[in-house]
Design a protein around this ligand. Sequence first.
Ligand SMILES: [Fe+2]
Ligand SMILES: [Fe+2]
Length: 326
Amino acid sequence: MSEKPNIFPGNWDVITETLLKTYELWFPQNWSPADLPWDECDSKNFTREECVAQSYWMSKLALFEKSGIGAFGSAALKAATHNMEDPTKKFLTAVAFDECRHDEICRRACGRLCPGFPYRFKPETELEVKALNNIMAMYENGKRYWSAFESAWDKYPLELIFSSFFFAEIGAQLIFREVGERSRNVVFSTAFRNITRDESRHLTGTLAMMERLSNEMNDKEKLMITRQMKHGFIYLSPLLFKPIDVFWKLPEDFFYYDQKLEEIAYKAGLGIPKVEDRREAWMKAIERHRSKIEDLGIPVPEIEEIGVEGVKINVKKGEDIIATPL
Ligand SMILES: [Fe+2]
Ligand SMILES: [Fe+2]
């Protein structure tokens, strides 16, 4: 009988130098959300509508940061119990910590702008009711995402799940750079510049993992990475584009109020790019990495919605989405 996976005896093997180097960058690039000038991000500087709208987007972002804490945290544990090379464990643990830091920015921003939002918020106007409904509907969907992600460990090889992490990081690096550049509030411009640096590190590390692990995969397994990329697009769509309904079950008027709230938040100084700009930026970000992915024998999926050409992958409505978060 084979032994149950265990963290002992462990190993200190370094096989992928790039992964070690990427993990080591975490130390000099460390930063603290507590040190930002939070007085600049305070309800006294904005109308109530602007406070709610900014908290709305930060709560939307928090969904993906929270799933990041969970996914990378559990991946770190899997890497340790399955005796993967040492930098894999440490890199994933550092990513999980980064996700905590990003969620902390969301928590502090909501706490300053609109205390209690979203979990203990009492809406007073129609717009506030809609904002809260949208977030709560998304978090309900998040539950479905998480159950599927947890069950994926028993359904798919570890190598496949680990090799698919990079796709979300492409999107993450992009959105945060854009938000940072467009933000006119010093808290957001600084926070998102720092988050972009975290995400660039995540992207380098996850690409290194993908490169190493996909080496030993056959074409069928590589096509599963392609499928995961498509899943990643669908999962991240509400933040990086607009919600794709094969997975996202949201209120009819979700997108109308989502846009309205994002517009108010933008005017208040939180630099969220418009949907059309997001579409183009995401497409370009994927194109920038296309040759690297294809050179490894991994086809890029067709993503019609944002104009990415590639292999057709059918995702059925209600199908489990096994994607990795930001
Ligand atoms: Fe993150
Ligand atoms: Fe990330």
